[in-house]
Design a protein. Structure first.
Length: 238
């Protein structure tokens, strides 16, 4: 801000008003610093320069970095999920998650019941026509990932059934025991989770089989067992 004679007359005490221009110029040299300080307190400058404009508000974060995973979301009753040529209804209460590996076509969390230490996890696999192994080979592998407290063979305890759904052959398997699958495919470390349950199904389509594997604590899987059956039985081709 530039101090003028009019400013000085306004800011100076009454005894100093009406003085000559020369007196004003001389007095400004001594009074100016005090006036400057006063004006600065009100946000004005003492020079003739314009104040710098405030920095622009920050825009949204750049989208050029790695994409974050999509957040999990809870399904609504009867919401439909597309799986290749299949359409299937996702039960209420299931939580769809981004697949944790490229081998998984879909992944759902089934919330645990009170007292259980983990949620149920449903994983959907598809490898293409003629890929992924036979139905029996996959069921045998899943059953082999469970041990029995009495040392008996899990294959003797597994319950399997077959049915036709929308013209497709579907095989179900149900088994309780200690879950001992590798923590990751090919890893030497294994789960050691007693009191777990397997509910799984293989849906055979002209485009190849779809594999549905649900694992979790017995009580939690028991809560969602009926909705799992409804989920599989809702499958149809489009």
């Amino acid at each position: 801000m530039i101090l003028t004679r009019q400013h000085f007359r306004f800011l100076a005490p009454p005894a100093f008003r009406g003085k000559s221009k020369r007196w004003f110029e001389e007095s400004k040299k001594s009074v100016w610093p005090a006036v400057c300080l006063l004006l600065t307190g009100f946000g004005s400058g003492c020079s003739g320069e314009k104040p710098s404009p405030p920095p622009p508000a920050s825009g949204p974060a750049s989208l050029s970095g790695p994409a974050s995973m999509a957040p999990a979301h809870q399904s609504t009753a009867g919401s439909e999920k597309a799986l290749g040529s299949l359409r299937i209804s996702v039960p209420a209460g299931w939580v769809e998650q981004p697949p944790s590996s490229s081998m998984r076509q879909a992944q759902f969390l089934l919330p645990r019941v009170e007292g259980d230490g983990a949620d149920g996890e449903l994983v959907v696999f598809y490898f293409g026509p003629g890929q992924g192994g036979s139905v029996d080979a996959n069921i045998d592998r899943w059953v082999g990932q469970f041990g029995q407290p009495d040392g008996s063979a899990s294959k003797d305890k597994a319950k399997t059934s077959r049915s036709q759904i929308a013209g497709m052959q579907v095989t179900f398997v149900d088994l309780n025991g200690t879950y001992q699958a590798p923590i990751m495919p090919g890893a030497p470390e294994r789960h050691n989770s007693p009191g777990y349950r397997l509910r799984a199904a293989v849906v055979e389509t002209p485009d190849g089989p779809w594999f549905f594997k649900l694992v979790g604590p017995e009580k939690t899987i028991g809560k969602w067992a009926e909705s799992f059956d409804q989920f599989i039985r809702s499958a149809r081709r489009v």
